[in-house]
Design a protein around this ligand. Structure first.
Ligand code: AHR
Length: 314
């Protein structure tokens, strides 16, 4: 009967744990690699069997991975959507198969919100606003003189992956804060896909194009570190000749902050594995989970007591 069958299932779960399909974007940054490791470690610790798929930066690969999880009948799907749009159909298939879906790190836009159980991740809009507020304060003096000099504060933006919720949120929050201050001008904004190599390439380009850049707002540390390299090759002093704001807070960015090469580091927290696995276990047990959960994130300023920052671990 029912009871016997139930016992069998729970016996299986005791021996093997639940099976979670984990669709990761790829390995574009140190942040991403740390995030993958965090989920894998947490799964191993809790005896959760993780089926890991690396989409190598392609949405179509992610959709294929989700379909294979459905065919395999995993208990729960955890996925990090590379871009916001285009998930309705495959999520409908997961729903038809009765598999709950946890979205993490990046958000999705679907017509039917009930196509996924919940989201846990970063608040990218807030990150962008924090960056905007830092720039406002940092340039208080230059802003005052703008009335007479009409000399704008020029900003270069290194944009993350186009169409991703995190890049869009960071860009939007930043603009929202600065939009009522005409003294700020974004003179260049291009996607470096969160890659260090592209951050370097874009910096080579914009440093060639403009002589008077005041600020670089970079959507992640990888691109920032590439841009710093390009600046130094040109004999420029990052953090002094150009103010730099970066997002993630990997160890190399904190080191750059300590060396005065970066002015503000806004944390995006990759170590969400334990929380993700806990939520997946709850979903597998048929429980509901919160619709929206933001993880704890800090901001590190050049004026902070930087000796107090704990090693970042990645
Ligand atoms: O989605 C989070 C972003 O993706 C991180 O800021 C970036 O480093 C990563 O590649």
């Amino acid at each position: 009967g029912c009871g016997a069958q139930k016992k069998k299932v729970s016996q299986f779960e005791e021996d093997h744990g639940i099976i979670v399909g984990f669709s990761q974007i790829g390995a574009e940054s140190a942040w991403r690699t740390c995030n993958t490791r965090s989920v894998q470690d947490a799964a191993a610790e809790k005896g959760v069997q993780l089926v890991y798929a690396n989409a190598e930066q392609k949405q179509e690969n992610q959709i294929k991975a989700l379909r294979s999880f459905i065919a395999y009948q995993v208990d729960v799907i955890v996925f990090i959507p590379i871009v916001t749009d285009g998930w309705d159909n495959v999520l409908q298939e997961a729903r038809d198969a009765g598999i709950p879906v946890l979205v993490t790190d990046r958000k999705i836009a679907v017509e039917d919100q009930s196509l996924y159980a919940g989201f846990i991740g970063t608040d990218s809009l807030k990150e962008g606003r924090t960056a905007g507020q830092f720039v406002l304060e940092k340039f208080a003096a230059k802003r005052e003189s703008f009335g007479q000099t009409k000399e704008p504060i020029t900003i270069v933006e290194l944009f993350g992956t186009e169409g991703s919720s995190v890049a869009n949120g960071r860009a939007e929050g930043f603009r929202e804060v600065l939009k009522s201050y005409p003294e700020f001008q974004i003179i260049y904004s291009k996607s470096g896909d969160f890659l260090r190599s592209k951050g370097y390439e874009l910096a080579v380009e914009f440093l060639e194009m403009y002589d008077d850049i005041d600020v670089i707002f970079s959507h992640n540390d990888g691109m920032t570190l590439g841009a710093i390299e390009a600046m130094e090759e040109r004999g420029l002093r990052p953090g002094k000749d150009i103010v730099i704001i970066t997002i993630d807070a990997q160890q190399e960015a904190i080191d750059a902050l300590r060396e005065g090469k970066v002015n503000c580091v806004i944390e995006c927290n990759p170590k969400t594995g334990p929380e993700i696995i806990k939520l997946a276990q709850r979903l597998a047990a048929g429980e509901t989970i919160p619709r929206l959960q933001y993880v704890h994130e800090e901001v590190f300023y050049e004026t902070d007591n930087l000796s107090l920052i704990e090693p970042r671990g990645y």
